[in-house]
Design a protein around this ligand. Structure first.
Ligand SMILES: Cc1cc2nc3c(=O)[nH]c(=O)nc-3n(C[C@H](O)[C@H](O)[C@H](O)COP(=O)(O)OP(=O)(O)OC[C@H]3O[C@@H](n4cnc5c(N)ncnc54)[C@H](O)[C@@H]3O)c2cc1C
Length: 370
């Protein structure tokens, strides 16, 4: 069975694929856009993430990646306003900021402070008195704390909202996995699923950790692998903490609205292993409890594993393929794909529409001869 008539076929049903599809339809409602993939894939990063919007706590050098993430944070509020007005599905979003306890950064604390100053990052240093005032439930052992002007979303609500908005704008959401492609010389003609061939004029590979496998099917070597993260969510009343906490190997993300606190996370190079180790989860909770002692008695709501798509140089892979005239990539968003979603969607729409003004060479697929 053949499915004809799509202008653009996006392969990957996570936050990255959906934000591209949604923005394409916003830009040009006439475009016929399809999106392929399993939106409830339990390992997909978009539903596994903590939803921290943290360019400042995450980055340590002011490189193009940092600038891109910073721009994306700036775009978030308006992006969500427009998105939720289309989807009519609210997304929890907080700009209360993040806290970095000095106790977690003993060796690099001064370096972090210098970086924040040098880059004019919105931040404040809180002494113990201020910490007690603003975040009274933090452990007294946290010491001096840095407040950082960052954000937090509930990424599952974001994904739901993006799917609803895509659908409302007329994106065809086809819940099928791609197993092959029909090609003609340097052109992709169709994506092949178990039941049919889906023809399109242009294709976007946005399949997160699975992008490397799909690239192989296209005879292209994309050096990208999954980095496993185990994580959990604990039940604790909202008022215990307003801020996202970044420890060194620990974070605590408030999802609010009675949804508890997400505690993360491991970084494991174990392929597509989906197992959850209770001991690992206990260890994550123990470390988080050192920062927010109230978590000690909080009940476990759920634990899970997700896969971060990591390219070899840990940079995103975004742009036009050099090998196929009608193929684009947006993958490798690694630890910060939720944060990057708005800027990434704008960037990719400009690439696909052919009006990108400033290509970011560090992100270009050409660095891997793709
Ligand atoms: C534990 C964890 C914590 C994280 N925390 C944060 C955070 O706090 N802040 C942040 O900004 N980022 C965070 N991230 C990173 C972020 O989640 C990812 O960078 C982002 O979600 C990647 O989105 P994606 O759409 O590219 O990939 P995914 O969400 O993995 O989606 C990939 C999609 O491709 C589909 N697919 C796979 N194979 C095929 C196929 N053969 N055919 C068609 N479709 C296919 C899948 O079904 C899925 O829908 C975290 C990630 C993890 C795992």
């Amino acid at each position: 069975m053949k499915n004809t008539g799509f202008d653009i076929v996006v392969i990957g049903s996570g936050v990255i694929g959906h934000s591209i599809a949604y923005r394409l339809k916003q830009e040009n409602p006439q475009l016929r856009v399809a999106i392929l993939g399993d939106p409830v894939n339990s390992l997909q990063a978009s539903r596994a993430a903590a939803g921290m919007l943290a360019p400042f706590c995450e980055c340590q050098v002011a490189d193009p990646f940092f600038e891109f993430c910073r721009e994306s944070l700036d775009k978030y509020s308006l992006f969500l306003e427009k998105l939720t007005s289309v989807s009519q599905m609210p997304v929890y979003f907080s700009q209360a900021g993040s806290l970095m306890p000095s106790s977690s950064f003993s060796e690099t604390w001064n370096e972090r402070k210098e970086f924040f100053k040098a880059e004019s990052i919105p931040h404040e240093l809180w002494d113990e008195k201020k910490v007690r005032e603003k975040a009274p439930h933090l452990s007294k052992n946290c010491g001096e704390v840095m407040w950082v002007g960052e954000g937090q979303v509930n990424n599952r609500q974001l994904h739901d909202s993006l799917m609803a908005a895509s659908r409302k704008l007329g994106v065809q959401i086809l819940e099928e996995n791609v197993s092959g492609f029909v090609r003609e010389n340097s052109k992709v003609c169709a994506a092949v699923t178990e039941t049919r061939e889906i023809e399109g004029d242009q294709f976007v590979l946005a399949s997160g950790s699975w992008s490397g496998q799909l690239a192989k099917v296209l005879d292209v070597e994309l050096p990208l692998k999954p980095i496993k993260g185990q994580m959990c969510r604990l039940k604790l009343e909202d008022h215990f903490l307003d801020y996202t906490i970044h420890g060194m190997m620990t974070y605590i993300a408030p999802w609010k609205e009675g949804n508890g606190f997400v505690v993360g996370s491991t970084m494991e190079d174990k392929g597509f292993d989906s197992s959850i180790d209770d001991k690992v989860i206990d260890n994550l909770i123990a470390r988080a409890t050192e920062i927010l002692p109230a978590l000690k008695n909080a009940s476990l709501i759920e634990s899970w594993t997700g896969l971060r798509p990591a390219a070899k140089d840990l940079m995103p892979v975004m742009g036009r393929s050099g090998r196929y005239s009608n193929l684009y990539y947006s993958s490798g968003h690694y630890r910060n794909g939720i944060l990057q979603a708005p800027n990434q969607a704008d960037y990719m729409v400009s690439v696909i529409m052919g009006n990108l003004e400033n290509e970011i060479p560090e992100f270009s697929p050409s660095r891997y001869n793709l």
